[in-house]
Design a protein. Structure first.
Length: 413
């Protein structure tokens, strides 16, 4: 099949959305001819990766807005504004490609936010949207602990989610999608609200077979100290402050323990202050932002991943920890809640900050007290990733979707 892919974020060797875009393209190109629309600043990394491992069925089209329009790209919301405009500009590139190539279908893979439209449905081929996320929100009872920047960001997020229901481009994307893939149940409900007719749940995560083998080879730790780790940007909605407060309660019972935080961001000073104020500063290490290879090495030196995020659509940290045989303690919301099961970790409710901290601490105690349970959950986690989140297996289901929506695939032409 000839497939047009929109992958604004697409970069080899990265996690998060950059890695998602790259891996989608790699997998699609194994069975199809794929034309990729992506940003020009991804070009150097992509061409370097292709020199080492060519993708013969891939064709790359790099596009950026004029330099004078890039002032939008300041801060998280600035990136989203720029991305919205990028979608408009890249449509004309896509239209010219369609006239020359006559694609069998188009597929938008990144960015994965339902309230940001794609204009590819205006072309004639059937359109696959997603997996898309963005439908989850922080519970209002948690706003007070976020500071004014966090509160403002959450209120703006809620406003944008509501605005999506009247945005004509979002509604057009939804109505014209042959199928939308929702990363979380909350996003599925949002997609129904903006007019999608056919929706399937499909997490936006996956690992290559090589990555799974490498992570699975990480030996389980034995002995002291018991070590927790959290991985991600230090931003308010990741709720690492709840993890730290829970660790302070846990450390009172298990003083020979450590908590590592890998990542950087605007919440770091606040988190360092919490560690000092609650007397666990000597037990907490802030590693800052690390390359992915170093992050995975640090992960292998820990016993449990603590992931208290309030509205992740997906979580590479959870997936990689599970692949490495580490149980995950997470909040029962968003993508981590669909990834982690009772056989692979512990999920806690988010009814109030106090209750969440208390339940996180209890989960830490449970896992620290029972190495047999830890090993059993870790083994089940690794098996779940291998069986359901290997990119090869993900693509089997995606190819079924392609065959269902594309006339050329059904007829075998």
């Amino acid at each position: 099949m000839k497939i047009l892919v929109s992958a604004y974020a697409c970069e080899p060797g990265k996690g998060s959305e950059q890695g998602t875009g790259w891996n989608w393209v790699r997998q699609i190109a194994k069975q199809n001819q794929v034309w990729v629309l992506t940003r020009a600043n991804n070009r150097k990394a992509i061409e370097s990766a292709l020199a080492d491992e060519p993708l013969p069925n891939s064709h790359w089209v790099y596009f950026d807005l004029p330099a004078w329009m890039r002032f939008w790209k300041r801060g998280r919301w600035g990136v989203h504004a720029y991305y919205y405009l990028w979608q408009v500009g890249v449509f004309f590139v896509a239209r010219n490609l369609q006239r020359r190539t006559n694609f069998d279908l188009s597929h938008h893979v990144t960015l994965v936010t339902y309230w940001m439209p794609s204009l590819l449905p205006l072309l004639s081929p059937p359109f696959v949207w997603g997996p898309v996320g963005g439908g989850d929100s922080s519970p209002r009872g948690f706003f007070w602990r976020m500071g004014w920047r966090g509160k403002t960001a959450e209120m703006l997020r809620n406003f944008v989610q509501k605005l999506a229901h009247v945005d004509p481009f979002v509604r057009l994307t939804a109505r014209r999608a042959a199928i939308a893939l929702a990363a979380t149940p909350a996003t599925k409900r949002r997609l129904e609200g903006v007019g999608c007719k056919r929706i399937e749940l499909s997490p936006d995560l996956g690992l290559s077979s090589q990555e799974i083998v490498r992570l699975k080879s990480s030996p389980m730790r034995a002995g002291c100290p018991f070590r927790l780790v959290s991985v991600g940007s230090l931003v308010h909605w990741k709720a690492f402050d709840l993890g730290l407060l829970a660790f302070a309660q846990f450390a009172a019972r298990f003083p020979v323990s450590e908590y590592w935080l890998i990542g950087d961001g605007p919440e770091r000073k606040k988190l360092e202050r919490i560690a000092r104020d609650f007397g666990v500063e000597q037990h907490v290490t802030f590693w800052g932002g690390l390359p992915r290879t170093r992050t995975l090495e640090k992960l292998a030196e820990c016993d449990v991943l603590a992931h208290p995020s309030l509205h992740d659509s997906g979580s590479w940290a959870c997936l990689e920890a599970m692949a490495a045989g580490r149980p995950v303690v997470c909040v029962d919301r968003g993508g981590p809640a669909t990834l982690v099961t009772e056989d692979t970790g512990i999920k806690v409710q988010a009814e109030s900050p106090e209750q969440t901290v208390r339940d996180l601490a209890h989960a830490f105690v449970t896992l620290a007290s029972d190495p047999v349970l830890r090993a059993r959950l870790g083994m089940a986690a690794a098996q779940r990733v291998e069986q359901q989140f290997a990119w090869g297996k993900r693509m089997e289901s995606v190819m079924e979707i392609y065959r269902a929506v594309a006339p050329a695939a059904r007829s075998g032409t």
